[in-house]
Design a protein around this ligand. Structure first.
Ligand SMILES: *Cc1c(COP(=O)(O)O)cnc(C)c1O
Ligand SMILES: [Zn+2]
Length: 413
């Protein structure tokens, strides 16, 4: 059965179009660079089919099934991703000196926003009858893919850099995937996964090259538009690794704007680490772009981002910008988020908060503007970094005296 609402796959570099029902990753017209494809839709048809109330009640991202590039008769492979809470965060607002809200996407089934995209690509892979599904990942995409592959009953083989946090290696192993820890960087693991896809024909979920992958991430933008209807923030802040997440968020929000469901769009602020700054450097036309990545925020430790084109498009079209934060600022932000609001983020998930602080310092965000930051990953994904951010517990003897020494006679101070 065809996908009537998907009209074509269009190359972001040369504009050539391809049929949406074939398995194709990138436009073959370009040597050396990846011609990333973009999924194009028939929005009249989507609008006809989409009849959900925009009342802020979102059980899962499948509320927006009409927008997803899957066949009408494809059974969804789902663990109930999306529908994450949007929190008003007054303590954090006081701390930062700006009105900020947080959407906590670390609460997705495997602890990461990527579950939105994985659900869509595994739904597709299962529908197409693929035998093996694969990806390369800094850690979270692998864990996410492994979880959804288990759900679908599909074998899963993933490539991760051997330096990924232990938690991110353990999780896909529990989900039953073959975890291939590559002696090299994420960028090398990625290249290997592409060679393998070509050699063995496994279905590749890699963000950016799988044109359908980023489309699942649009649901975070659709949800945000629905959740902020009437009170759209001036700024919407994401961290950037390959650049797919910020683009998905922007594309979704803009679709709801184009359909007339919301009156405004936010400016996008993309935040990278100083040690992995390629999208920022491209956006600001810096000439020498360092493609070796090193940052505590492993999920955005990407030297050669695969979706710079789309990420820059999100920043440009929304009249937004990008900036860089240091590892110290990222860890401080992880602690601030936990302490002020009880929201536990991994470093890449807290990176937007560090970015907001810096954007206020630099006058990019004005104190009277409103901000919404998306936390993309859960804190328990990387306990070592959390310990670096928070310090050690106080080790005490098992007696009252020890507590008395700390807090005095009443124990209440
Ligand atoms: C993957 C990831 C990102 C970055 O997403 P990109 O699409 O690579 O830009 C940010 N935060 C977390 C927690 C992630 O897992
Ligand atoms: Zn092309």
């Amino acid at each position: 059965m065809v996908m009537e609402h998907v009209t074509s796959l269009e190359c972001t570099l040369c504009g050539e179009t391809y049929a949406p029902d074939q398995i194709i990753y990138t436009c073959p017209n370009h040597e050396g660079v990846a011609g990333i494809l973009e999924v194009q839709y028939d929005y009249d048809l989507i609008n006809d089919r989409f009849d959900e109330p925009l009342d802020g009640v979102i059980e899962s991202q499948w509320k927006y099934r009409a927008f997803l590039p899957i066949n009408d008769d494809a059974p969804a492979v789902t663990l109930n991703e999306g529908g994450t809470d949007l929190f008003v965060t007054p303590n954090l607002s006081d701390e930062l000196g700006v009105d900020i809200r947080i959407k906590d996407d670390g609460r997705n089934p495997t602890g990461v926003l990527k579950d939105r995209a994985t659900s869509v690509s595994v739904t597709k892979a299962a529908y197409l009858g693929q035998d093996v599904i694969t990806c390369a990942s800094t850690g979270n995409a692998a864990a996410s893919l492994a979880g959804y592959a288990a759900r679908a009953g599909l074998p899963c083989r993933i490539f991760v850099p051997d330096a990924a946090p232990e938690e991110k290696l353990a999780q896909p192993l529990v989900y039953g995937a073959d975890v291939l820890a590559v002696d090299g960087s994420y960028d090398e693991a990625y290249d290997l996964s592409m060679d393998v896809t070509e050699a063995f024909g496994w279905y590749n979920r890699n963000a950016a090259v799988n044109p359908f992958q980023v489309e699942g991430k649009r649901t975070v933008g659709l949800e945000l538009a629905e959740q902020t209807k009437g009170d759209v923030p001036d700024w919407l802040v994401f961290s950037m690794g390959d650049g797919c997440t910020i683009y998905g968020g922007w594309k979704g929000f803009r679709e709801f704007y184009d359909l007339g469901f919301v009156d405004e769009t936010p400016k996008m602020l993309g935040v990278q680490a100083t040690g992995a700054s390629a999208i920022h450097d491209t956006f600001h036309s810096h000439d020498d772009i360092d493609d070796v990545a090193k940052t505590v925020a492993d999920s955005i430790s990407v030297g050669r981002p695969r979706n710079t084109v789309k990420a820059c498009k999100a920043l440009e079209e929304s009249d937004g910008t990008s900036l860089l934060v240091t590892d110290e600022e990222i860890l401080a932000a992880e602690k601030t988020l936990g302490t002020t609001e009880g929201i536990y983020a991994e470093p890449a998930g807290a990176t937007p908060i560090a970015g907001v602080r810096k954007a206020l310092d630099q006058g990019i965000i004005e104190p009277d503007e409103t901000v919404l930051a998306v936390v993309t990953g859960y804190g328990l994904k990387d306990t070592k970094s959390a310990m670096k951010a928070s310090g050690e517990p106080q080790y005490i003897g098992p007696d009252l005296e020890a507590v008395d020494t700390l807090y005095g006679d009443t124990g209440s101070s």
